[in-house]
Design a protein around this ligand. Structure first.
Ligand code: SAM
Ligand code: SF4
Length: 351
């Protein structure tokens, strides 16, 4: 099939889209058609809000999903109505068999996307095009090389920024994710938005979320209200145009009048999106997580290796999904560090 957008050939769909089955419907009536798969617990950066200072204990390689296991387990979800898959990590592109996984996933006939730090994207441009991967989310928390080095603990700003520009020039749908932290980068909100003046780019400001070992503290949070105040102060309230929210949206999107791109705010902490949540996560060691904030996990890999049917397990896991952030309904619960310490670090969940 020829794709006009990417001006390249895209693998034909071989799986018919299925309506979401009761297995992927939770007790609150939400249907889960969006699977995020972590391909690796490893990363070539060390972002302080994601990777604990002393690193994490890595899962032994024999307990991680192989490429073929990833595809087979993903297929079970697709047969039950998943029609969107995001590849994430850790850093998904550090995986040596990434291109093979992409090729096999493209045969499942779903829309797929990736979240990456962009350091290695230049090596995969042709594969992305060949296998129909159009949507690329890139993490970039500062436009200042020194600050980038501080937050990622690596001196790689130039490469990351170069590669983001390359992805835009090559015609991919690029979103830049910036986690905002008070005293670190909230003074760059306007500069990030200025990137969207002449670039077809969506910049998303993400509220800093609490996970094991990331030294979260509510004073570091930059709220949606503060972001919009800064935007209004700089661009003027009449220039700020709210955009229509996407279905199952996680970001509230806006545009500055006359700018080519747009920006969004992901306010999982101060203003969550649980009502419309359609997301489930599979960790690199094959555990299903029904919510980012939940420390409950369902092992799918061991039963898969034993030849067991996964659908019942998935059904049970979905039925346990709480209405709001793993049961942390109010801000006080979410800001209680004791409620996060049993959850994984973000690096091992797959954001
Ligand atoms: N390595 C890839 C990257 O950085 O884009 C993919 C994995 S990373 C865990 C996925 C996303 O999670 C990134 O956009 C990152 O900014 C976000 N993230 C990680 N820790 C976070 C936290 N504590 N609060 C909010 N977002 C976080
Ligand atoms: Fe690596 Fe992404 Fe986590 Fe940064 S946010 S440490 S790039 S996985």
């Amino acid at each position: 099939m020829y794709c006009m957008f990417l001006k390249s050939y895209v693998a034909p769909n071989t799986t018919l889209m299925t309506k979401v089955t009761p297995i992927l419907t939770d007790t609150h009536g939400r249907t889960h058609n969006y699977l995020r798969i972590s391909l690796s617990e490893k990363c070539n950066l060390r972002c302080t809000y994601c990777m604990p200072h002393d690193g994490i204990e890595l899962t032994p390689s024999e307990d991680l999903m192989t490429a073929d296991e990833i595809i087979s387990i993903a297929r079970v979800f697709v047969e039950n109505g998943v029609d969107k898959i995001r590849l994430t990590g850790g850093e998904p592109l550090v995986r040596k068999d990434f291109s093979y996984i992409l090729e096999e996933l493209s045969k499942l006939g779903v829309r797929f996307s990736i979240t990456t730090n962009a350091l290695l994207t230049h090596r995969f441009i042709d594969d992305f095009k060949r296998f129909g991967l159009q949507d690329i989310n890139v993490s970039l928390d500062s436009l200042n090389a020194e600050k980038f080095k501080f937050i990622t603990r690596r001196d790689q700003y130039k490469k990351a920024f170069e590669n983001i520009n390359q992805l835009i020039a090559e015609g991919f749908h690029v979103k830049v994710n910036a986690v905002l932290m008070k005293g670190f980068n909230e003074d760059e909100i306007v500069d990030f938005i200025k990137l969207t003046k002449d670039r077809d780019l969506n910049v998303r400001f993400i509220e800093f979320m609490p996970f094991d070992g990331n030294e979260w503290n509510k004073n570091k949070l930059v709220s949606q209200a503060e972001i919009l105040n800064r935007v209004n102060d700089h661009f003027g309230i009449e220039a700020l145009q709210p955009l229509v929210n996407e279905k199952n949206f996680t970001a509230r999107n806006f545009k500055i009048k006359g700018f080519k791109g747009s920006f969004g705010i992901i306010s999982s902490v101060t203003n969550p999106f649980c009502d419309s949540c359609n997301r489930i996560r599979l960790t690199a060691n094959g555990r299903l997580k029904n919510c980012l904030f939940s420390n409950a996990e369902t092992d799918l890999l061991t039963p898969f290796r034993a030849g067991e049917n996964l659908e019942q397990l998935i059904d049970k896991a979905l039925n346990k999904k709480e209405a709001v952030r793993a049961g942390m309904t109010d801000f006080d619960q979410l800001t209680n560090p004791d409620l996060h310490n049993n959850n994984r670090s973000m690096i091992a969940i797959g954001g």
